[in-house]
Write a protein that binds this ligand. Structure first.
Ligand SMILES: Cc1cc2nc3c(=O)[nH]c(=O)nc-3n(C[C@H](O)[C@H](O)[C@H](O)COP(=O)(O)OP(=O)(O)OC[C@H]3O[C@@H](n4cnc5c(N)ncnc54)[C@H](O)[C@@H]3O)c2cc1C
Length: 388
């Protein structure tokens, strides 16, 4: 049997999602942004077709697949110019954490809706004073001794899609674990809860999904708002963070492929001397390099997804970091080269590539920055000492 990186089912999924992507495409996203709307039609159609919950358990309305399948969905939508950023968050982080660690009630309440797209969840870990050092987060949960309710107080920044979300999965810490290494607790916080406020951050990004600063002021939550075990901490959190990294890689590879396809199209046709500009190696070779970099990043993403889906959380951690790094860098370079290939047109609204310069940088900084991944590999993989 010929070894396959992707099964026939995966190839069929790719093709089917690419067809959906082509139906919407970049124009749809551009229109959605201009009208200040959410990409609701695409989200709902993807939900109806089973793509949003392809990684979630079948008994709760999902497709029974894994992050391998969900990353294919996001990559192909991105390659068509119509990525859905909230796929990184809603089914990949929140869906995974609830499916793996939630109670039966939580699974019943959220998973069918996350799968068909009727419910959407955002994810909040980043805080203004902690940034990349999530051990410093101070969002704190304390128990009301009379009712057993949780009271959650804190601030979060850069939280994506809160205006689209029914709830945010908030990473906090319990009062008795307020200092020292992070012992995170995950809470489902409805976006209409009293004391929960969101404020949009004025980003330079042209994207259908917005980022928010959140203030939680003694937000009262029932005891069952806690997902999983108060003491299982980091294990549960990383069950969601590894999929997030793999999905960010898919997001970056999709965007890189989209930009590259536009540049190739242009380079084939545009002739200012005797031949199309694509015949000049100064144009062709960097595009070929960008293609190779994106393919390599995809291989690492596939490895990370397969390890994760096979239950190897530790192995997936290293591979997911490396895949996110490789894909972020490949995306930034592919977009840069694509814009350059179009000459002046690379900077026009009509061709729509210039805004991707900013968008591509997201994959370099979030959810974990290039430098923090290099730190991880330096310390965890290479065994080098730490400077911080
Ligand atoms: C578009 C967008 C969407 C986002 N969506 C979400 C979301 O939905 N939910 C969420 O929780 N967060 C979200 N984030 C936040 C994102 O995860 C953070 O921006 C990211 O983790 C970096 O944190 P920071 O911005 O505080 O940067 P900082 O931590 O302040 O880092 C600033 C710079 O210093 C470098 N640096 C920091 N420490 C070190 C070190 N030890 N060694 C070397 N270099 C270092 C970093 O690499 C970076 O270049 C989003 C961010 C963006 C831009």
């Amino acid at each position: 049997m010929t070894p396959q990186i992707e099964t026939d089912e995966h190839k069929a999924l790719r093709a089917a999602v690419a067809t959906l992507g082509a139906k919407y495409g970049r124009d749809y996203i551009t229109r959605t942004i201009a009208e200040g709307r959410h990409p609701t039609e695409l989200w709902q159609e993807a939900g109806k077709l089973g793509y949003l919950g392809v990684n979630l358990p079948e008994e709760h309305g999902g497709g029974g697949g894994g992050i391998t399948e969900l990353s294919i969905v996001l990559e192909e939508l991105g390659a068509a110019g119509s990525p859905l950023l909230m796929l990184v968050v809603s089914p990949a982080i929140c869906g995974t954490v609830i499916a793996r660690f939630g109670t039966e009630d939580q699974k019943r309440a959220w998973l069918p809706g996350l799968s068909d797209g009727s419910l959407l969840m955002a994810f909040g870990i980043t805080e203004p004073d902690a940034g990349s050092n999530s051990h410093r987060i101070t969002t704190t949960a304390r128990r009301d001794p009379d009712t057993g309710d949780w009271l959650l107080t804190g601030r979060k920044v850069f939280i994506s899609g809160v205006d689209m979300a029914d709830a945010v999965l908030i990473v906090g810490r319990t009062e008795d674990a307020r200092t020292g290494r992070l012992k995170p607790c995950l809470f489902i916080v409805p976006t209409d809860a009293e004391g929960f406020r969101k404020h949009p951050i004025d980003m330079e990004l042209q994207a259908a999904e917005k980022q928010f600063e959140l203030t939680l002021d003694d937000v009262r939550l029932p005891a069952d708002a806690l997902v999983g075990d108060e003491d299982a901490g980091l294990l549960q959190l990383f069950a969601g963070l590894n999929p997030e990294r793999i999905m960010t890689a898919a997001f970056a590879i999709g965007m890189g492929r989209y930009a590259l396809s536009k540049a190739i199209e242009y380079a084939r046709d545009r002739a200012v001397w005797k031949t199309p500009i694509g015949a000049h190696q100064a144009i062709a070779h960097p595009l070929a390099q960008a293609h190779i970099d994106l393919e390599l990043a995809r291989l690492m993403m596939q490895k990370a997804a397969q390890l994760y889906d096979a239950g190897d959380d530790a192995g997936a951690g290293e591979a997911a970091n490396m895949a996110k790094y490789a894909a972020g860098e490949a995306c930034v370079r592919a977009v840069d080269q694509a814009v350059h290939t179009l000459g002046g047109n690379g900077l026009t609204r009509e061709f729509g590539l210039a805004s991707l310069i900013t968008a591509a940088r997201v994959a370099r900084i979030a959810p974990v920055s290039r430098e923090m991944i290099l730190n991880y590999v330096s310390h965890q993989t290479l065994g080098l000492p730490k400077s911080y």
